[in-house]
Design a protein around this ligand. Structure first.
Ligand code: ATP
Length: 422
């Protein structure tokens, strides 16, 4: 049953003027080419929730290419066609992007393969979407500008805070929706509706996640990690027994959660790749065959098992140091770490409490910045040393002393003393 209401006032009040004007303009272009034109999906959801969203997804009942071509007569945009999906992306000079799709319905020849595309109406287009909260459209053509199209009780679900699939086979047709359901539920503090939750659990236990390509799962996982509070979603995934199907032999216990919490809190950039760190933490005790599995399935680097091995090894040594009552110092990190790979480092950092983590970062900052003036060549030429392991040892001691505050003008004296003491 189609429910409609006008949301023109929300468009005017909640959106930035440029965005509202752009929506009106898109509707005018649609009318020019005689196409019913809608903004759909996440943009509509977020407008009703009063959350910022600059991803404008347009659906037209007509040829998206013709729409984009007409639009580009008025605005300088670069159009990129994705023929198989009947969509065209329009890229503006300032980096903004608007996607235009021909209204379509997808039918699946077998579960979990990319769908065929068939031209259809807006209703069918909305019906194939993941959840009711994402299945609304707002009409943009002048005469009906601001008309909210709600075929499936979507607005009601949004108001009640419910994540609901639109049809029973939804998770079968696209099992990545299992992860999307959890992501939206946790992001908005919503609840996955009972029946949807039953189906979700059922399809998880029947190994539907295993039927999707690793790349698509990885994309969804990465989106979860980018959420402001990924840990919530990770806990929920564990509760719904999702991880055992993504990473066999993974363990999501208190220790892993504590590490993840630290990692997410301290993470400043997307380098090293967060999905690697997540997997390292969850698979830190997993057997080799599970690591081989994730390498193949998700295209992880061959070095992945080595990272884990090294990270676990160093972490255990650090743990033993602390347990023996010894203080962690720059010296401890120097001997255990040297210059570790970023992935190894992120893992180790996640094992440390805030104070130790601070010291670790202090160490890393110093080792980057502080270089002794005396080098190997100078040791040979000036101090008469012969090439060999001794030189390395001296340079190491010198570097360490420098980290701990030795001045450049004291270097020579320091080396002489070292040599003198044998
Ligand atoms: P976000 O705020 O995270 O960007 P979004 O809802 O905009 O959320 P997108 O992944 O950008 O999410 O997808 C845009 C729209 O396309 C969604 O609102 C939804 O209607 C539809 N959609 C995306 N992925 C799926 C899917 N796997 N199955 C069905 N519909 C999907």
């Amino acid at each position: 049953r189609l429910e409609t209401s006008k949301v023109t006032d929300l468009i005017e009040r909640r959106l930035e003027p440029d965005v509202a004007t752009m929506l009106r303009f898109l509707g005018i272009v649609g009318s020019e080419v005689n196409m019913p034109t809608y903004v759909v999906g996440g943009f509509v959801r977020d407008l009703l929730l009063d959350r910022k969203n600059y991803d404008i997804d347009i659906v037209v009942e007509g040829d998206a290419r013709v729409f984009a071509k007409t639009f580009s007569r008025y605005f300088e945009v670069t159009c990129v066609e994705h023929k198989e999906f009947l969509t065209t992306s329009m890229f503006f000079r300032n980096g903004l992007r608007i996607d235009v799709a021909t209204a379509r319905t997808e039918y699946y020849e077998e579960p979990a393969v990319l769908p065929n595309v068939e031209v259809s109406t807006i209703k069918k287009d909305l019906y194939r979407r993941d959840f009711s909260i994402n299945a609304m459209a707002i009409k943009l053509n002048q005469e009906e500008f601001g008309l909210l199209l709600d075929f499936f009780g979507c607005k009601n679900d949004l108001e009640k805070g419910i994540i609901r699939t639109l049809y029973p086979l939804s998770f079968v047709e696209d099992p990545t929706r299992i992860l999307r359901a959890i992501r939206f539920e946790q992001r908005f503090n919503f609840k996955i509706e009972n029946r949807t939750l039953e189906l979700l659990k059922k399809h998880v236990s029947q190994n539907y996640l295993e039927r999707v390509t690793g790349q698509r799962l990885r994309d969804e996982l990465e989106k979860i990690i980018e959420e402001p509070d990924p840990l919530k979603a990770i806990k929920r995934m564990e509760e719904l027994r999702v991880f055992e199907h993504l990473f066999p032999d993974s363990v999501v216990d208190d220790e892993a959660l504590r590490m993840l919490d630290r990692y997410f809190r301290r993470k400043k950039s997307a380098k090293p790749k967060p999905v690697y760190i997540l997997a390292m933490i969850l698979l830190k005790n997993a057997p080799e065959r599970s690591l081989d599995y994730v390498i193949k399935r998700y295209g992880f680097p061959r070095k992945f098992p080595d990272w884990i091995k090294r990270a676990v090894n160093i972490s255990e040594k650090l743990k033993r140091t602390v347990q023996s009552g010894e203080q962690l110092t720059l010296r401890t990190f120097f001997y255990l770490l040297k210059k570790p790979e970023p992935e190894v480092l992120s893992f180790i950092d996640a094992t440390l409490d805030d104070k130790a983590s601070k010291l670790l970062h202090d160490y890393l900052e110093r080792i980057e910045r502080i270089k002794p003036r005396i080098n190997g060549k100078l040791l040979i030429e000036k101090f008469g040393l012969k090439e060999g392991p001794e030189i390395r040892k001296i340079l190491e001691e010198l570097q360490l002393a420098k980290l701990e505050g030795l001045h450049t003008e004291e270097e020579e004296k320091f080396v002489k003393e070292l040599l003198g003491s044998g």
